[in-house]
Ligand binder design. Sequence first.
Ligand code: ATP
Ligand code: MN
Length: 306
Amino acid sequence: MKSFRILVPTDFSDSALLALEHGIFLTKKFDGELVLLHVAELPTITIHDFPSDLFELAREGGMDRMGELLEKQEVALPPVKRVVLAGTPSEPAADVIVEYAKTNEVDFIVMGTHGRRGMRRLLLGSVTEEVVRRSPCPVLTTRTHKDAWSLPRADRILVPVDFGSSTRQIIGVASRMAEHYGAAITLAHVVNLEYYPYYGFGSDAYPEIKKSMIEASEEKLIELATELQGAGLDVSWKTIKGHPAAALRQLAEEADIDLIVIGSHGRSGFDRAMVGSVSEKVLRSAHCPVMIVNTGDETEQLGIAA
Ligand code: ATP
Ligand code: MN
């Protein structure tokens, strides 16, 4: 069996450094190998008198910087492979990263939500956004938070579920993480009552609808939780009310969650190429790392815990 392979793409930013710390920890947990990948972004037009071996220079520079990064780590390292590949305007960093993950059977990608341009923008970094959209494997994103460089550790994993067709796939990845970390799982479903305005119903119906939505959620959560408990996992569940992304972020903070495992597309999944709006908001606002499971295509993912 091939060993577990974790890919950490780096642009040598602080975010990518935090991703490396998580990547090292995770690789050791999974007893796997870590690939540190830098994409040296080169101009396509070769300028005369430019060193013809431009890429060779970039490669050597990248290798050295990666070596320094690894030397600075204060923990024992798992087996690490350093790779520098060329990126061009027609094949930018995100394409190179996704292609590498596909052809090298990468199991997880770990990367920063932001890179060298940093957190000035509220939006997700463009490389991460593109990788998350098209990755063949789950992507763990780490956000550099001013005061919370959360430690690469996970005692409590939050799994938001919408009971759509990819729920089991997402829970499968989360249970694998839970097993390796010895973490407890919290399943959460958000009931967004604003989808159900008064019109069309007698106003008396509103509390009834609310009650039945909450009851239905609890019933389905119990069913999923019982199944996972049967597989030996420590599981709790919660139905919360509000706007999904905000409610999840609040729950994650209050419940002291270390990792959120979420799908890339929700039930509405109106555009297969996009990342769902809830997932994206969670990704860029959560206080802890988020692992996003690509549920947008038929790509094979990790199986459910046996
Ligand atoms: P943007 O570049 O979109 O203006 P940004 O620099 O803040 O914003 P990204 O470039 O998306 O954000 O960086 C996010 C993560 O992507 C980094 O933490 C790193 O893991 C990865 N990354 C970015 N550029 C490269 C690269 N050239 N090679 C390898 N990994 C990269
Ligand atoms: Mn960047």
